[in-house]
Write a protein that binds this ligand. Structure first.
Ligand code: ZN
Ligand code: ZN
Length: 270
């Protein structure tokens, strides 16, 4: 292993609807790979918070992660977390889960804009996605101003599906809105996540891509979390090493992990 402090700050267990494996299995794989830290961040989709009983599933995830942390004590750092989806669409749901569990780390995330389906399910064949993209960036900005999270998850998430559906909209068309988001993150002292799941998918890049991460740095951004977004144990740690190399290439000396909602700057390499 090239880097001594490889850490995965975005993973899902079976307590996410689209996840498969136990928290223990995720953590065991992280340990076997020699990771320095892992954070379990199961989904909490605030827009369907009460109907889909996220209070229960997220609290279970939190408890199992605490148990795993005790079992693997002194071997690997295990942190509790949550991926808070669409908090602006149900702020009382977001507050409920934030009060229920003392998380180490909270990802702020947006999978669907108000009154639209997840970009994963969007009807690309019959509808123009452009106005929805404008709305996507506006809602992200609103979420950053609200501010009850630590790191912005997978910026440019809709592009994850564009390759698959043959949608040819360049990210550069939204550079202005992306700049606003990056500047607001810096102002609010929030981290930018570099999500490595795109490296395993058709898009073939991180979310956001290297160019946007570079832009963030040139605007003065210094806090970057890195996560695989693994939904099964075998993907834990996937793409992290490659992404740390990318961060080094851009000029970052550190990446960020969170303990008790406090950012800790970790050296990329010795
Ligand atoms: Zn997500
Ligand atoms: Zn996720």
């Amino acid at each position: 292993m090239k880097y001594p402090f490889l850490s995965d700050s975005h993973t899902h267990s079976k307590y996410s609807e689209d996840g498969a494996d136990s928290v223990m299995m995720l953590c065991k794989n992280a340990l076997d790979q020699g990771l320095y830290a892992i954070t379990v961040t199961d989904h909490c989709e605030c827009n369907t918070y009460w109907e889909q009983h996220f209070h229960e599933s997220v609290c279970q995830s939190w408890s199992e992660t605490r148990r795993a942390a005790v079992s693997f004590q002194n071997k690997i750092h295990i942190f509790t977390g949550v991926e808070l989806g669409q908090p602006m669409q149900n702020k009382s749901g977001a507050d409920d889960i934030l009060n229920a569990c003392s998380f180490d780390f909270v990802l702020g995330s947006l999978h669907n804009v108000k009154n639209e389906r997840d970009f994963y399910d969007f009807d690309y064949q019959h509808r123009d996605v452009r106005p929805v993209l404008t709305q996507y960036f506006e809602e992200l900005l609103e979420m950053i101003r609200w501010g009850k999270f630590d790191s912005l998850a997978h910026l440019t998430y809709p592009w994850r599906y564009f390759e698959e559906y043959g949608v040819g909209i360049p990210i550069e068309d939204y550079q202005n809105q992306i700049d606003h988001i990056l500047k607001e993150l810096i102002r609010q002292k929030k981290s930018l996540e570099v999500n490595t799941s795109g490296l395993r998918q058709k898009m073939g890049t991180t979310m956001p891509n290297e160019k946007i991460v570079k832009r963030y740095q040139s605007l003065g951004g210094s806090m970057v979390t890195v996560g695989s977004d693994a939904h099964r144990w075998a993907d834990v740690g996937s793409g992290i090493e490659e992404t740390l190399s990318m961060l080094r290439r851009i000029g970052f000396s550190h990446f960020t992990i969170y303990e008790k909602r406090t950012p800790v700057q970790v050296l990329i390499s010795e």
